[in-house]
Design a binder for this molecule. Structure first.
Ligand SMILES: *Cc1c(COP(=O)(O)O)cnc(C)c1O
Length: 355
């Protein structure tokens, strides 16, 4: 369903260019030093000073009262919906949302929620689409208690929700009595690309989180923010889900390091994504979605090479990519250089020519 590594010929060259996901980054030497030097305590009882510092930083960054450190972005989403909703209630989200397709059915399995998939271009639904999907409370229909968006919209192409649309969607939700949740796995990509602060982007959203293990390059972790009362309740679910940790300051130190050193450089990833898209679009028959951030979706079928064959051929040449929802997704990140992008374009051109 998601991604299974293709079988590799043992004689094939090792992977040199890893565009599979922005989760593929390795901790940098400076990050490892920060981790080794971290002051630690017991996160579960709230006395790990490095985790506490990280939570304060994230709460400030997102303009919320409090934040909690989580082992993954998925747990941020799951704990958030478990606090916002009760069994039988409905969450509204785009049909390509991570909470629908890529969290193992957690929201149904653990919460008993149903998710109403909303349609719209590029992973985003229009404010009007939300308006039409909302209905007055009645005994027949599920209570609609949460509206969720992804900033950026992953399967939508790493697209950025406009601030005005975010504000409008949030106010429609609130008027209907629903809470609002922002899956900000790549929120900082959006802030770097637009210059709009994370705090402003998340302003209308009752809960929001960022992932440190995507483009920011940390090995583990996300942090979920909201009101102090909301985060208290999230802590109950974190404990129930087995997400409370011990000397997690080791991991939090890596996350703090990313906030200090890896945010502005996301602009390099965006430039690399644009260069990749430009290069690919110059190959006849290759269809490329113009990237807004660090994700590049393309389809080489029109050039006579189906996506699955393209990734197999690239794999043989040491480039790792995957097909996702019918298109190839390439992610730029900390460990991807401009030279690797150029080489990838050259290899794709060579494969197309050979077809
Ligand atoms: C990766 C991702 C998540 C989940 O984060 P993990 O840290 O992998 O659990 C959630 N939402 C979106 C949009 C993502 O891209």
């Amino acid at each position: 369903m998601f991604y299974t590594p293709p079988p590799r010929d043992p004689k094939a060259p090792p992977i040199r260019i890893n565009l599979l996901s922005d989760t593929q980054t390795r901790p940098t030497p400076a990050m490892r030093e920060a981790m080794a030097a971290a002051e630690v305590g017991d996160e579960q009882i709230g006395d790990d000073p490095t985790v506490n510092l990280l939570c304060e930083r994230v709460a400030g960054l997102l303009g919320k009262e409090a934040a909690v450190f989580m082992p993954s972005g998925t747990m941020c989403n799951v704990a958030a919906t478990l606090v916002h909703c009760r069994p039988g209630e409905e969450i509204l989200a785009h049909e390509t949302a991570h909470i629908i397709a890529r969290e193992g059915g957690a929201h149904a399995a653990l919460g008993g929620f149903q998710i109403m998939p909303l349609t719209g271009a590029d992973g985003q639904f229009a404010p009007d689409t939300l308006r039409k999907a909302l209905h007055p409370r009645s005994r027949y229909q599920p209570p609609q208690t949460l509206v969720s968006v992804e900033q950026t919209a992953n399967i939508g192409g790493g697209t950025i929700w406009k601030k005005a649309a975010l504000d409008e969607v949030a106010s429609i939700a609130h008027e209907a009595g629903a809470a609002t949740h922002m899956d900000g796995a790549r929120l900082l990509n959006a802030t770097v690309a637009t210059g709009i602060s994370a705090r402003d982007m998340a302003a209308g959203w009752d809960s929001a989180w960022i992932d440190f293990s995507k483009g920011l390059g940390a090995p583990v972790g996300g942090a979920l923010a909201g009101t102090a009362a909301f985060i208290d309740e999230v802590w109950c679910w974190k404990q129930r889900l087995g997400g409370s940790m011990r000397q997690a300051g080791i991991c939090a130190a890596a996350c703090l390091h990313t906030l200090d050193h890896h945010v502005d450089r996301l602009a390099d990833d965006h430039a690399n994504a644009r260069a990749l898209a430009r290069g690919l679009s110059q190959i006849e028959g290759v269809e490329v979605q113009e990237p807004e951030t660090n994700l590049v979706f393309f389809r080489p079928d029109g050039a006579g090479v189906p996506g699955s064959r393209m990734i197999a051929e690239l794999n043989k040449r040491g480039v790792l990519l995957a097909v996702m929802d019918g298109r190839i997704r390439a992610c730029t990140h900390l460990d991807v250089t401009a030279a690797m992008i150029e080489e990838t374009v050259t290899l794709v051109r060579e494969i197309v020519r050979g077809a």
